[in-house]
Write a protein that binds this ligand. Structure first.
Ligand code: PPS
Length: 200
């Protein structure tokens, strides 16, 4: 593939700041990371509803969904996971620029890839949320039966079994889904957003 040349950035008259003012809230990316089955999707769905109920404009990006469309040409090799997260980072940046609070639910197993998304976004717009659940706990839940398949050797390179997961080094938030209910975790995240003036 050859890269495009002769392309020039075209600015809008309406700025991100204008959109934020109109919405009445900031537009951070809430980046949920954790093992398969840790509870990322469940939490983002519940949190999005709670935010929506408070009149906050949001959008949710979810691993399984995005892999049906935008990223349907990517698998689970380390290179493909990197490209998956890079593209999502770019999409999340657009959403943030649009004035939305974006909730992303991707395993995003590599710290470097998550850090790259952090670098891409404006200061304070990346909130890394570690969805903590032990491998044993995730395997016990096994909502899609994938751990069983991975253990049986039917899926190769499954995160936590024969592919790595790097726990966040310094996440803004950790939510432990073995210790807390969904409601408690949602309340904790909303409290965090309010305390730091992302939302009112
Ligand atoms: S990644 O690592 O961030 O690129 O993965 P992600 O885009 O979040 O996709 C994870 C979902 O894909 C399913 N799946 C696998 N996960 C991990 N490893 C392998 N090999 C794999 N194959 C399929 C699985 O349903 C993941 O969904 P969640 O919601 O995390 O359980």
């Amino acid at each position: 593939m050859t890269k495009a040349t002769n392309i020039v950035w075209h600015d809008s008259v309406v700025s991100k700041q204008d959109r934020l003012q109109l919405n009445g809230h900031q537009s951070p990316v809430l980046w949920f990371t954790g093992l398969s089955g840790s509870g990322k999707s469940t939490l983002t769905v519940a949190l999005e509803k709670a935010l929506y109920d408070q009149g906050i404009r949001t959008y949710r990006l979810d691993g399984d969904n995005i892999r049906h469309g935008l990223n349907n040409n990517l698998g689970f090799s380390p290179e493909d996971r990197k490209e998956n997260i890079r593209r999502i980072g770019e999409v999340a940046k657009l959403m943030s620029d649009a004035g939305l609070i974006t909730l992303t639910a991707f395993i995003s197993p590599y710290q470097e890839d998550r850090d790259n998304v952090r670098q891409l976004l404006a200061d304070g717009d990346f909130i890394e949320i570690y969805v903590k659940c032990s491998l044993e706990g995730c395997e016990q839940r096994d909502p899609k039966g994938l751990y069983q398949k991975a253990r049986a050797g039917e899926i190769k390179g499954f995160t936590g079994i024969d592919a790595p997961y790097e726990q966040p080094v310094n996440p803004e938030l950790t939510v432990d889904t073995e210790e807390n209910t969904v409601e408690q975790s949602v309340a904790n995240i909303i409290q965090y957003l309010k305390t730091r003036n992302y939302i009112k």
